[in-house]
Design a protein around this ligand. Structure first.
Ligand SMILES: [Zn+2]
Ligand SMILES: [Zn+2]
Length: 270
């Protein structure tokens, strides 16, 4: 029987096969790591027996989705409601019937967009469960799609309009095809940035960070950081929702990105 295996360390799902893949290229990449106990695999069925998803309202029209107990990287995804339909931003590996029901109650999913390959996870399952919702990824990360599918739509360029007034912005750094999502209506129309891993909201949520590898502590260079800041410059946002639960910059986010970039560049300058 064919099984779509999921990597335990990063949550990436591979195309159905009789045997697990020989390795997970997401984890053997220098930005990630193979678990200290070696490569391990699971399946969506096995995952749903031991884990469940928590869906929490973050503000009007924005819900976070994360898995408990902790699985793989431990990121949160978001469901963003717009008058033109809902967007799933980023993704988590676990998709089970209670999650599907809860999201249908909130209006389903019209489009999916994911910041970078660490959160591609089971994106194809999510798309299939929600009427083949298109998955919008940046073309510069095409090589990192482990389970190719017709519902994946690659775009290229610096920005792309999504549903309503949402914009995907290409901010290469952590990955060449890294993208963030700008939501001008968020935070009472003061603007929200959904950033995934970059800028990464720090444990001190008054600051953000910019790394090539977070688990292996490899910083980005100053040129890449300056480019990220300049690509974000035209967008006004007061709040940033980062990849991990409670890692949210509550206000003054435009300024916090700038001062954090300055601090980081000073720290790595020789
Ligand atoms: Zn992996
Ligand atoms: Zn990452």
């Amino acid at each position: 029987m064919n099984t779509a295996f999921i990597c335990v360390t990063c949550g990436t799902q591979f195309p159905p096969s009789t045997e697990p893949p020989p390795a997970c290229p997401i984890c053997t990449d220098s930005r990630q790591f193979v678990g200290l106990d070696g490569q391990q695999w699971t399946t969506l069925e096995e995952l749903s027996q031991k884990h469940h998803n928590i869906i929490q309202k973050q503000e009007a029209n924005l819900y976070s989705i994360h898995t408990e107990p902790h699985f793989a990287i431990g990121e949160r995804a978001f469901l963003l409601q717009t008058p033109q339909g809902n967007v799933l931003w980023d993704c988590v590996a676990l998709l089970d019937p209670p999650t599907i029901d809860a999201i249908r109650e909130l209006g389903g999913i019209a489009a999916i967009a994911i910041s970078h390959p660490h959160y591609y996870t089971t994106m194809v399952e999510w798309s299939l469960a929600f009427d083949n919702a298109p998955i919008h990824l940046h073309a510069a990360d095409r090589q990192w799609v482990m389970r190719p599918h017709a519902n994946v739509q690659h775009w290229s360029g610096d920005s792309r309009q999504l549903l309503a007034d949402l914009t995907l912005i290409h901010t290469p750094g952590h990955f060449d095809g890294f993208q963030v999502l700008d939501w001008p209506e968020g935070a009472d129309r003061k603007g929200v940035l959904l950033s995934g891993d970059q800028p990464q909201v720090c444990m001190d949520t008054g600051w953000v960070s910019f790394m090539y590898s977070y688990p292996n502590y490899v910083p980005l260079g100053s040129q890449a950081i300056r480019q990220i800041v300049s690509r974000l410059e035209p967008y006004k946002f007061d709040r940033i929702y980062g990849a991990f639960p409670k890692r949210t910059v509550a206000g003054n986010a435009n300024e916090i990105v700038k001062r954090s970039a300055d601090r980081f560049i000073r720290a790595i300058a020789s």
